[in-house]
Design a protein. Sequence first.
Length: 182
Amino acid sequence: MAGTMKICIGGFTSSGKTTLGEALSKELGIRHINPSYKNMVKNDEKKVIGLLDDLMSKKDRKVAEDFDAEVAKMSNEGDCVVSTWIGSWIIKDATARVWLNASQETRATRRAKAKGMDTKEALEFIKAYDRKSADYFKGVYGIDVTDHSIFDMELNTEKLSINDMVGIVSLLAAQRDTKRFR
């Protein structure tokens, strides 16, 4: 769909992808697309690391290809914010690509609070999940999630409020989507 606004939000676990995606979706009145491999294990985050290990050991590209195809299909159905680890690489015609940064400690604190868990346990999860996910995306997709050269901007979610980030990303999208905003 020509002229479709597609904002892609990437970042490591608990960096704020979903929070920013939801806020942008509400602010701009567009859909929020937020699929995850966690959905395949009924949101049992402890099982998702095993799922990634299993897919890598089998060199199973079908799950990744099906996931990518579904995300791309959803993004082609109209204006949207896509908040996934690798949506920015999947959505070739993105209006804007934004990577969210936060330290592992901050992300662990967020995860512990959201999931009602111990901060140390959350930090162990964050480290394992980040490592397994990065290995998976490199092995299956050939994507290095530590190389952010495709992103238009990186935002530090430790220093910026959600309102600041919504404003910044909205301005970038408006600048890029000249048909809609001029």
